[in-house]
Design a protein around this ligand. Structure first.
Ligand SMILES: [Mg+2]
Length: 358
């Protein structure tokens, strides 16, 4: 094992042993090893590369779509950023001596999901969801990096959780926005060896904030899709299984995905499909994601930019697309300047390397 990875593993073990000695109420120390991603990437095993590709691809997509999330036409995006629209990170922040392209609530919440699964470390669904609820509540009050356009359904779910409502009933019964599917990809990593569990756990986690069947279906499909892609399944098989997963919870969502896949294969352009699928709703978001995956399975740059240059919920579409194509490209296949510049690339990479699949 390359020395850098050994150091990462050792630091992760050390952090875990320190955590075990702390009382539960103590804040857990951030002891994740952080090395510049560009130094660590060359030493990754193929599986680590793929896991990092999912996490970093999602964060990059989120940051790419960040400046255009609320621009609701492609024409307006082009008039602001040029004839090709967004072609690189257009939003940079300078904080604490670092210059970076900031992601949004999508990545913040996905990190809460990943850390809850990592820290719970068991197949006890109820215990993991209770821990996730705690992390969601903390996020709603004081998110890492500050608030980044949180969705109302997410905030409402967190308020219900804070008021003691059980996690399985905290989300609105008709909450069907993209707030749960956007953070569902970590289940595909933790359950890469058991895709059916990726699906059922992602569905359970949606209920903390979104209980509408379209949100459950989209979360199921996303988690299953990531699990299958990291296992090296083909795009055709994966998207077909994603539709099947969605159909178990919402046939309407499955139908929307199937139509989008058909359009991608028929060469229907994004000006038609992604103009229709604005993705504020969960079923549209997952349909947009499979459309982009089908069109650009091995071109992360094209996939992420296509997701960002949309009139709808650009950061969430590009997050989903980034996670899916990142599973095929791996972190080494992502544009290196994007890996370098995305916010907290090093922390996110270290997080991805700590994940051990059930
Ligand atoms: Mg967002």
């Amino acid at each position: 094992m390359p020395k850098q990875l050994e150091m990462l593993d050792k630091a992760a073990e050390e952090a875990a042993s320190i955590r075990e000695t702390l009382p539960e109420t103590e804040p857990q120390p951030e002891r994740t090893a952080v090395q510049p991603a560009r130094e660590v990437l060359p030493g990754l095993t193929p599986r680590q590369d793929v896991f990092a590709g999912v996490v970093l691809g999602a964060a990059i997509g989120d940051a790419m779509g960040h400046p255009v999330e609320f621009i609701n036409s492609v024409a307006q995006i082009r008039s602001k950023y040029g004839p090709e629209g967004v072609t690189k990170f257009e939003l940079y922040w300078d904080r604490d001596g670092k210059r970076f392209a900031p992601y949004t609530d999508d990545t913040q919440m996905a990190e809460c999901v990943a850390r809850a699964l990592l820290e719970s470390g068991t197949l006890d669904l109820d215990a993991a969801m209770q821990l996730m609820a705690k992390k969601f509540i903390s996020w709603s009050i004081d998110p890492q990096g500050g608030h980044r356009g949180p969705g109302n359904a997410c905030l409402n779910g967190c308020e219900a959780l804070r008021n003691g409502v059980h996690w399985s009933k905290a989300g609105g019964a008709t909450a069907g926005g993209c707030g749960s599917v956007m953070r569902a990809y970590p289940f595909g990593l933790f359950f890469a060896n058991q895709p059916p569990l990726a699906e059922t756990w992602a569905v359970a986690h949606s209920k903390l904030t979104h209980r509408d069947p379209i949100a459950l279906a989209a979360s199921a499909a996303m988690a299953a899709g990531v699990a299958l892609l990291v296992r090296g399944e083909t795009v055709t098989h994966t998207t077909s299984e994603m539709v099947a997963a969605a159909c178990r919870y919402s046939p309407a969502t499955a139908a929307m995905m199937a139509q989008a896949i058909g359009e991608a294969r028929a060469g229907v352009g994004p000006e038609v499909t992604l103009d229709r699928l604005r993705a504020w709703a969960a079923h549209e978001a997952i349909a947009a994601a499979v459309y982009i995956l089908e069109r650009h399975p091995d071109d992360p740059r094209a996939a992420i930019l296509e997701g960002a240059n949309t009139p709808g919920d650009s950061d969430s579409i590009a997050t989903l697309a980034g996670a899916l194509v990142g599973a095929r490209a791996g972190a080494r296949g992502l544009p290196p300047e994007w890996v370098r510049d995305v916010e907290r690339a090093d922390e996110l990479l270290a997080l991805s390397l700590q994940i051990r699949s059930f």
